[in-house]
Write a protein that binds this ligand. Sequence first.
Ligand SMILES: Nc1ncnc2c1ncn2[C@@H]1O[C@H](COP(=O)(O)OP(=O)(O)OP(=O)(O)O)[C@@H](O)[C@H]1O
Ligand SMILES: [Mg+2]
Length: 425
Amino acid sequence: MKCFYYFKDRTGNRVQRSSPELKDPDKSDVSADVRVSNSSCSVASQRSIPELYEEKAQNLRVFSFSELRQATNNFNLLLKIGEGGFGSVYKGAIKPVDGKGDPIVVAIKKLNRDSFQGHKQWIAEVQFLGVLEHPNLVKLIGYCAADGKRGIQRLLVYEFMPNKSLEDHVFNRAYPALPWQTRLQILLGAAQGLAYLHEEIEVQVIYRDFKASNVLLDEDFKPKLSDFGLAREGPTAGHTHVSTAVVGTFGYAAPDYIQTGHLTTKSDVWSFGVVLYEILAGRRSLDRNLPRSEQKLLDLVKQFPADSKKFSLLMDPRLDNQYSLNAARRIAKLADSCLMKSAKDRPKMSQVVESLKQIIQVSDEGSPFEKSSECNENDSVDKESSETGVSESGRRRMAHLAKLSEHVGGVSRRGFMIMQRAKVT
Ligand SMILES: Nc1ncnc2c1ncn2[C@@H]1O[C@H](COP(=O)(O)OP(=O)(O)OP(=O)(O)O)[C@@H](O)[C@H]1O
Ligand SMILES: [Mg+2]
């Protein structure tokens, strides 16, 4: 296949350690998208990611396939910790560079063999993560590219993130509910990661795959963005956007990008807005297990505007009222601004970071009973009391939801039913 051509072993060696040089002949990859000119936007990009990569390539370790096979006990299924569109992820242990000291625990992603798309993404991932460095980006330790008699092998070795992904904690009910403050801190960290990519480095980087499953969590639940396989360099000076084939994840990609293929940093801002609502509601942006009319979170949120009394019905029942309603409303408004139809009306990620910092401050200062005072306003539920316990508060909440749903008509009643389902599953 075309993409494998570049990695074919022309020397005739069966198994070959890859060269750290990863230039891709396919010009659509990483930095060479067709750029469309007609704007005043200017991004001073002197050097491309592949150029920067050449400078930093020596920081990455190059592993042999047998080293990684050993590190994962021959890719033992018991060590498999995840699976994505790219391939399987294993927990493993590698030797320190100098061979001394304790083994280092890592995550090893093994590309599905013979995947053209996966191969392109592997190159992009190595180049971007070889260059980028930020506390909110996952660290790539090294990679392996081996061409053997049974085909090519492409692997990536990352720092191990012990707390899985944001997706696991928000949507998988096998995990305890994430507390409100933790959710806010995760959102702030993820926003800082995106702001770094968009605004803080020599080359502007558009991440293009911002979603809950790509936000990994370290031992302190600090978020780190992973998966740079779809990342692209932003437009160069004098250009508004990059023209690309439309790729990404359904439910997160900006509609303007889907329609035109014009990619900007504001496409990431849209995706961030989607995740803000996912974290508030504890619901996936697209849930195909629900009836068709209820599948899209962004359709649902329109029925529960941030300023309305029924807004609290949108909130994740697993928060069990332990959040600041005022802060939640402000998050929803921030999400609305990220989800503006026109990309240029969306805020920059640095502005999102600032807003989140302010909201977190408000949330910290807010009374824990803020939520229940709103319930009193609605004349439906007594003041929440810390002595009442979870089940009592849950009962009151359901009564409150039922009462509200009578007032807000059929459409919202449907929303209420969704919340009920979310609570019991
Ligand atoms: N560095 C890491 N440390 C610990 N676990 C990881 C690491 N990288 C990935 N994982 C685990 O592997 C899972 C799968 O990751 P992967 O990126 O392959 O797929 P995905 O994000 O679910 O989907 P997609 O292929 O669309 O990105 C993650 O959800 C996470 O649980
Ligand atoms: Mg991923």
